[in-house]
Every structure is written in C-alpha cells, then in structure tokens.
Design a protein around this ligand. Sequence first.
Ligand code: TPP
Length: 630
Amino acid sequence: MGLLERINSPQDLKKLTYSQLDELAEEIRQEMIDVVSQNGGHLASNLGVVELTIALHRVFNSPEDKIIWDVGHQSYVHKLLTNRKKEFKSLRQFGGLAGFPKREESVHDCFNTGHSSTSISAALGFAKARDIKKENYHVVAVIGDGAMSAGMAYEALNHAGNSDSNLIIVLNDNEMFISPRVGAMSSYLNKIRTAPGYDRRKEELKNFLTHIPAIGSSVAKAAGKAKDGLKYFLVPGVVFEELGVTYLGPINGHNISNLEEVFNRAKLKKGPILIHVVTSKGRGYEPARQRPDVFHGVGPFNKETGEILKKDTPPSYTQIFGRTVCELAARDDSIVAVTAAMGSGTGLSEFGRLYPHRFFDVGIAEQHAVTFAAALAFGGLKPVVSMYSTFYQRAYDQVLHDICLQNAPVVLAVDRAGVVGEDGPTHHGIFDISFFRAIPNLTIMAPKDENELRHMIYSAFTYKQPVAVRYPRSEGMGVKIDQEMRLIEKGKAELMREGQDLTLIGFGPVVYMCLQAAEKLVTLGIDATVINLRFINPLDENLIVAWALKTGRIVTVEDHILNGGTGSAVLELLQSKGITNVKVERIGYKDYVEHGSSAVLHRIYGLNPEQIVKAALRLVGKQREGKASG
Ligand SMILES: Cc1ncc(C[n+]2csc(CCOP(=O)(O)OP(=O)(O)O)c2C)c(N)n1
C-alpha cells in the first residue's frame, strides 16, 4: 500500500517522517500525471505546489484553519490530501471532482475560486468574521505571482495592510503566469529572488550593527523596530512592508521543513504577513518543466513521452481568429492587439511574435485592458481586445463606461463563449449576450462557423464603433474558408432555409443544430425556416417579424443562459411590435452549468438538435406530432 493510500485527512500527514513525505510527494505527482494525462487539466501548476501543499496541511489545521487557493487550478494536491483521492480519477468529468475548489465538494474547500486574484479579499473576509465573532483560527491565502498582477489583489492588500487582523498570504512565485510573466511586480519579485534572503540580510545587518562599539546594539534594536531608511537598500519585500504587510522570504517552496518553519513563525506574528515562496512550475515531470505553458491547462497526453494527443479536427475558432487578425494587421499597421495574460489561449501568440510593438499582454488585468484599449482607439489605433467571455465579467464597467459610452471603436473578441467544458461553472461563457446586450452603442455578433468569423472580424474593424464578436471554444465546422474577407452589413441576419410551419432562430454555431433539426423535422412532415441571426444588436427586426408572422411559431437556440439572452431579445422585439399571437420556445440554459465535456453538457442541458425537434413538436402541436409519428 502506498503512502497516499494512508492519507485520509490532513491529520495523517503529521505522522509521517520527512523521508516519507518525499515519497508521498512523488506518489502525488505520479497520481496527478496519470489522471491529467487521461482527463486533461492544470498539471504544471499542481506539480509545482506539492511540497507547499503538504507543508501547509501539516502546519495548519484545515478545515478549522481556512486555506484559500487563488484561481484554484492548483488545488489538486489539496484535494488528494483532503480525502478525495478515491474520486480523483473522475477529475473534471461530469459528476466527478471539480477542477477548482468547491464548497459543495468538501469542508476543506472553504471558498470557491476559478477567476483569479480573489484570495486575499476572501481571506480578509474570513479574518474579519473570525475577529468579530471572537473565534480563533488561521486564515491563509495562496496566490500565484500571476494572480498578483491583478488589481483586485492590490485592492485587498490595501485593505489588509491597514488592518490589524492576522492573515497569512503565501505568494507562490514560479516565474510564470500561463505564459512567461509580465509586468513591473514580476520584475520586482525577480529582484527579490536573485538577492540574498530577507532574514539573512536582517541577521547580517544586526550582526554588523551590534559589532559597532558603544552604539551598535541600540542602533541594531532601533533598526529592527523602525525598519526605516536602511531598509530601502537592505530589505527585500519593502514594497509589501510599506503597505503594512510583514514580508518573509524568499523561501524554497520545495523544502518541506523550511516551509514548515516559516509557516510556524508566521502563525506567531501579528497582522497581515506575506510569505514569498519560490517554486518551479512542472517540477518532477520533465515535459511539463520544459513547457510549463503547454502543460498549464493541457488536454489528454501520452504520459511516457509528454506528447499531446491531437485529434484530427478543423482549426479552432480561436486559431482562425488569431490568423485573421494577423492577416488584417499585415495590411493595416494601425491594428493593435490587447490580451490579459491569455496570449496563447486567445490565439494571439503569433500576432505578438510578428508585431511585438503592437501587442500588449497586460497581465491578469481585464479591467485595465479594456480601458487601455479605449484610449488606444482615441489615440488613432484600431485595437482588438481578446478575452474569454467569462473574464469580460470582470471588465463590464470598463466596456460600458470607457468603450461604449464614449463610442470608442474597439473590437472585443469574446472567446470561449458558451459552455467551455471541463473547467466548469466559473469558466463557462454563458452570460455575455445578456450583459452586453444591455449596453447601447455595442454591436454584438456571433458567427455560425469559422468562415463567417473571418468576415465578422474584418467587418468589425470597418464599423468604426464598439463591436463584440462571440465565438466558442471548439474546433470550427470544417467549412471552406473564403480567401477574400467581405463586409457583412450591420444588423443583417441570414435566411438559411425557408419553411412555412415554424422558424428556428440560432445565434452562433447552434445554427447548424437548427439546420439538422430542420432536416429531421422534414421527415416528420414539418417544414421549418432557419435564421442565422448573426447580430443580436442590432437585431434584424424586419426578417424576424416577417417570419414570425408567416409561421406563427419560433424556437430560439443559444449556447447561453436564457435570462436576457437571444430568446429574450426576440420576445422583446415581438412585444415592442405588438405581436401577441406568435408562440415562442427558448432553448438555452436555465441555471449555472456544471463541469464536464461540452458534448456531455450539451446533451444533459438540452442543447442539441433532438431538443430543438422536441420544442418544435411542442409548438406545432399534438395533432401534427401524431400525424408525423403516425
Ligand atoms: C480573472 C482571470 N483572468 C484570467 C484567468 C486565466 N488564468 C488562469 S491561471 C492564470 C495564470 C495564473 O498564474 P499564477 O497565479 O502565477 O499561477 P501559476 O499557474 O503560475 O501557479 C490565468 C491567467 C483567470 N483564471 N481569471
């Protein structure tokens, strides 16, 4: 029986010797490599935090003590150590363990994460609640150097540094975000890492001062207390100290006993403390260590060779977007691209390579990215911002206030729109239609396939106003790609099929589901019209109203929540035109969507041609259904 088998709770860790802990660390790495090579997942980050997680669970008493994992993609080791090893094989699969901390899953997951840089705010919330209720437990936030690039982390530090609550922040510095790290804080952390350790410096300084005859010891005491003046030259982490946060480190994050020592010291200190831990992303698995960006979030791979298992699929929407922007940028040197730490995820790496001076990776700073782009536009450039739908949630005010209210001509590429699969509810892009649709001045498009995506990106740059283009995480439809990009008239939907019995309206690639459903309906004696909506803002009112009146029945289909989505837009249109005798069924999600493969999710949550057929039959009525099936 392996050691991991024997760990049923973090308490069991406390019985092991250091050499057993090393063995355990190796077993944990093997288990993670085994499971992630099958299911996909966030491997490199987790390989880097094995010792750190073991040490945290030996020194702190979860669940009484609260450990909050920032982003939470590095919580696999934590899950394995907190009685979830049996379920670990189901990681990220529908009904299985989530890829992120989840309160519903375990008492050891005290706060759900997924979006970056929330951990210090959450930790401070726990700390304040504890203090007000006069309880007694420790609170630890574990935050990466990437997550430390976001504004939210600084808002929380600003609050924490000015408070007397005990709080421990573990800054896990592995020199990487998903891609190599960017920004001034990263350079600062680098400076600290490459200088001798803080504690040694402080000790050396003390030794040096106490050896000055007569005044030495009192100056040493004063220096220790006031930590002023000299500190600017001598103390790493001074930036944090000046914010009122005691800095400890840097510490080797792969040495369990060193980590324990510093965690135990931190437990005794008062106020907010930041422990700077240095780890290596991908540690213990050479392919991940060599290519931590590729193994950050990785699909199934051959664990012997590290080779990613590739399916023979058409290029993804993301790839087509990236290529299209490069093509347009070659013709127009005012095109610039902005990403928030997702250069490769959004398909912009090649753009960054070809046009380094026109490419801005601003770190995990979605809000900044959007406001920055608005001003780039007013400065005479043509910016495209590419972010995942779910992360635009962070930048909503900036899209509304800085781009749309000022009518800044910025193209917003909304990648990962719709369900994204295994990353689950924190990452599904199922809200953007609703929250963007409410904003005046914002044209919103969705292509039915990758060829139309190219035309839409091209068109978006010509409209000279704010434009959002939403497209999914998936591979394309495999359609023929037109060499020439052409202008799509703003607000014009596409009539794909004409039928007298009902109208199917799809927004995005779900249009193909509508077409499949229409074919099936023909075999049931029902003739459907299919509209590729293309624009949700402005809507093609004439086309929708005309077919609504002709067929009297509409089914709307969207890879999105129903609240405020495509179906709502159609209903609002009918209401505004005084049309009351058209029956409408809306297909989309009614609630948050769990994790699992997109194919499984579409089936479970009812987004497929079969459900469209059922909705159509409901509208057309029993009589027709009977006739059709009889
Ligand atoms: C608000 C937000 N933007 C972007 C992401 C995507 N994302 C997930 S992890 C990550 C990098 C995090 O880097 P770091 O905190 O250093 O953690 P590491 O993986 O290096 O351990 C990014 C950009 C996110 N989860 N949340």
